[in-house]
Design a protein around this ligand. Structure first.
Ligand SMILES: Nc1nc2c(ncn2[C@@H]2O[C@H](COP(=O)(O)OP(=O)(O)OP(=O)(O)O)[C@@H](O)[C@H]2O)c(=O)[nH]1
Ligand SMILES: [Mg+2]
Length: 193
């Protein structure tokens, strides 16, 4: 088991999906959030779900609700709340909508962790995967500043921080469900498992 706390980000608007993607049925589970929580709990000893409102979920988990200080919808608010709540040096984050990031990818990222890095982030030929990797609490001041400035570009933060990128030649595990067609594609992949 990996000691570093894992946080699943699941507090977005799902505007492109048209309905809360964390609540879509997935792989025999009532919701994608529950699927992610259960499978990641076999890899990490401590898993939390960063969200806006835990009452939408009908399973037990460690939920961390975004601070109500802001009406912002962006992972930045999740990061600020999570670092304040968990008080740990480093967290492993994964977006709720990437169900195919497996133990293999996670372990490669954990292995690349190093004392000099404030972030260790997956990268594929399609680009940086900011919600798959390790973030250090050292970045909390920057997250607070981003909130303050209403700038929520994680790519910008990573470019201007001590970031180690971990390259994956195969981008398939990083399939990200933004639109209904991505969900359909993921369901199709499941049937071939
Ligand atoms: N805790 C928390 N998570 C968020 C917030 N905004 C986005 N996320 C999560 O960050 C991840 C990446 O965001 P997107 O893929 O853009 O998801 P989204 O923002 O729900 O979808 P769109 O509205 O279509 O952009 C998703 O897993 C979201 O649930 C937020 O305000 N708080
Ligand atoms: Mg979004």
């Amino acid at each position: 088991m990996i000691d570093m706390p894992c946080v699943i980000f699941a507090g977005g608007k799902s505007s492109r999906m048209g309905k809360n993607k964390a609540l879509l049925p997935f792989a025999g589970f009532n919701t994608l959030a529950e699927y992610q929580y259960k499978r990641l709990s076999k890899i990490f000893s401590n898993v939390s779900i960063s969200c806006k409102d835990k009452s939408v979920f009908s399973f037990d988990a460690n939920f961390i609700e975004d601070k109500k200080v802001s009406s912002v919808f962006a992972p930045t608010l999740g990061f600020v709340t999570v670092f304040d709540t968990l008080g740990t040096e480093k967290i492993f984050v994964l977006s709720v909508d990437t169900p195919f990031v497996s133990q293999r990818e996670i372990e490669k990222i954990i292995l690349a962790d190093n004392a000099a890095a404030d972030a260790v982030i997956a990268k594929t030929d399609e680009g940086v995967q900011p919600l798959c990797g390790i973030y250090s609490k050292n970045l909390q001041a920057k997250f607070l500043q981003m909130l303050h400035e209403n700038n929520h570009k994680l790519g910008y933060l990573l470019k201007n921080s001590k970031t180690t990128y971990v390259y994956f030649p195969d981008s398939k595990p990083f399939l990200n469900m933004n639109h209904p067609k991505d969900y359909q594609k993921a369901l199709k992949i499941l049937t071939h498992y």
